[in-house]
Design a binder for this molecule. Structure first.
Ligand SMILES: Cc1cc2nc3c(=O)[nH]c(=O)nc-3n(C[C@H](O)[C@H](O)[C@H](O)COP(=O)(O)OP(=O)(O)OC[C@H]3O[C@@H](n4cnc5c(N)ncnc54)[C@H](O)[C@@H]3O)c2cc1C
Length: 343
C-alpha cells in the first residue's frame, strides 16, 4: 500500500501558494486512483494549523507539522531536517512536493538520508497497469518521458503551472506536531534580508494568460534606415501595462544588452525563453520581431496558442511553428493594438 505524503511550507500568513495547491491536487488524485493508499499532509512553518485547516477537506488521514520560527527561514539545514522528520513520521513511500526553490534545494538530500530516489520536473502522476507512473521532461523539455520506480521512498517535485490547484475546502483538523531537535550547526546560516525584484523580473508574470516575446528585430534598423529602440520600449511597455501580459525575450535581444548596444533596458537574461532560457506556461503567446529559430521556439513547448508578427514571410514561425503568423511591421501592429486596448 502506498503512503503518500504531500509536503508543503506554509506562508507566514498561513496561506498556501497556488503552486502548493497544484501539487496537493495531484496528491489527492493519486490517492483516489490507487485501490489502497493513504494520504498524509506534512507542513512546516510558523503556523501550520491555519494552513492545514484551509485544505482540511482534501481527504488526508493525518496532518503532521513541524512548527517553529527556526523553520520559517528558507535554509537548507532546517528545511532538510523538517522534511526528513515529516517523511519518517508519515512512513511515506511517495513524497510529493511543489518544485519551489526550497524543495528543489533540500528534497534530494532528504531522499539520500532515507535511501530513496528523487524525480524533478515532474509534470504528471497517474496510475496505469496498477503502477504509479510519472511524466517528466528531459533534455531541456525536448523529450517527454513516462516512467515508474520500484525504489521507495520516492520523492517527486512537481513543476508549477501544469495542473489545476486544489480547491480549498476548509475544515477543522487535528494536527500532530512532530518534534525536531536541531543541533547548533543547523542554525549557522541566517537569512539577513531580501532583495527587491529587478524591474526586469517585474515583467515576468507566470500566471498571466498571455506571453509577449520581444525579439532582436525591435532594435534593428527599420525601413527608414534608423533605429527606434525608444519607440520599441514605449510600445512593449504600453502593451504589457494594458494587458498584464508576461514579457519574454529571445537570446539575441538580451545578449545585445550585455554587449552595450542600444537595447531595451528592462530586458535581462531572466526574460530569455528557449533552450538555454526558460520554458514558461501560458495559454497564449505572441512573438514579435523574432525569427522563430528552433533553440528559441523550444521554450514555447507549453504555450497553447502561438502567434507571431514578423515582416519576413519566410521567418521560422511560418514554417509550422506558429498557429497564426501576421506578416506585418510589429511597430505598426503594436501601435494599433495599444490604441484599441486604451479605448
Ligand atoms: C546552442 C544554442 C542555444 C540557444 N538558445 C537560445 C535560447 O534559449 N533562446 C533564444 O532566444 N535563442 C537561443 N539561441 C539563439 C537562437 O538560435 C536565435 O539566434 C535567436 O533566438 C534569434 O533571436 P531573434 O529571433 O530575436 O533575432 P533575429 O534572428 O535577428 O530575428 C529578428 C527578426 O525580427 C524581424 N523584424 C525586424 N524588424 C521587424 C518589424 N518591424 N516587424 C516585424 N518583424 C521584424 C526580422 O524579420 C527577423 O526575423 C540559441 C542558439 C544556440 C546555437
Amino acid at each position: 500500500m502506498e503512503k503518500i505524503l504531500f509536503l508543503t511550507t506554509a506562508n507566514p500568513s498561513g496561506s498556501l501558494t497556488k503552486q502548493a495547491l497544484e501539487a496537493l491536487n495531484l496528491s489527492v488524485s493519486l490517492n483516489n486512483a490507487l485501490p489502497e493508499s493513504e494520504l498524509v499532509v506534512g507542513i512546516t512553518g510558523p503556523d501550520a494549523a491555519k494552513s492545514a485547516e484551509s485544505i482540511g477537506g482534501c481527504g488526508a488521514s493525518r496532518f503532521i507539522a513541524v512548527e517553529g520560527e527556526e523553520f520559517t527561514q528558507p535554509r537548507y539545514s532546517t528545511d532538510a531536517a523538517a522534511f526528513e522528520a515529516l517523511a519518517r513520521a508519515a512512513e511515506a513511500s511517495i513524497v510529493i512536493a511543489p518544485a519551489t526553490s526550497r524543495f528543489n534545494r533540500a528534497l534530494s538530500g532528504v531522499a539520500a538520508r532515507l535511501d530513496g530516489r528523487t524525480d524533478t520536473h515532474v509534470t504528471n502522476v497517474e496510475v496505469a497497469d496498477e503502477k504509479v507512473r510519472i511524466q517528466r521532461w528531459l533534455y531541456r523539455q525536448r523529450i517527454a518521458v513516462t516512467g515508474t520506480r520500484n525504489q521507495r521512498p520516492w520523492f517527486l517535485l512537481i513543476e508549477p503551472g501544469v495542473g489545476s490547484p486544489f480547491q480549498s475546502q476548509p475544515s477543522n483538523v487535528e494536527i500532530e506536531k512532530i518534534q525536531v531537535d536541531l543541533p547548533d550547526e543547523c542554525l549557522k546560516t541566517t537569512v539577513s534580508g531580501e532583495e527587491k525584484k529587478s524591474a526586469a523580473q517585474d515583467t515576468i508574470r507566470p500566471d498571466a494568460a498571455l506571453l509577449l516575446v520581444a525579439g532582436a528585430g525591435w532594435t534593428r534598423k527599420q525601413a527608414d534606415g534608423e533605429f527606434h529602440a525608444q519607440e520599441a520600449e514605449r510600445l512593449i511597455r504600453g502593451f504589457l501595462d494594458a494587458t498584464g501580459a508576461s514579457l519574454g525575450s529571445s537570446k539575441s535581444l538580451v545578449d545585445l544588452g550585455g554587449e552595450g548596444q542600444p537595447v531595451l533596458p528592462f530586458l535581462t537574461h531572466m526574460n530569455q525563453i528557449g533552450q538555454t532560457g526558460s520554458t514558461p506556461r501560458h495559454k497564449k503567446g505572441l512573438a514579435t520581431c523574432c525569427h522563430g529559430e528552433e533553440p528559441h521556439t523550444v521554450g514555447w513547448r507549453f504555450i497553447k496558442e502561438r502567434r507571431a508578427i514578423n515582416s519576413d514571410t519566410n521567418c521560422g514561425w511560418a514554417h509550422g511553428k506558429a498557429d497564426v503568423v501576421y506578416v506585418a511591421d510589429a511597430f505598426k501592429v503594436l501601435n494599433e493594438l495599444n490604441k484599441r486596448l486604451a479605448e
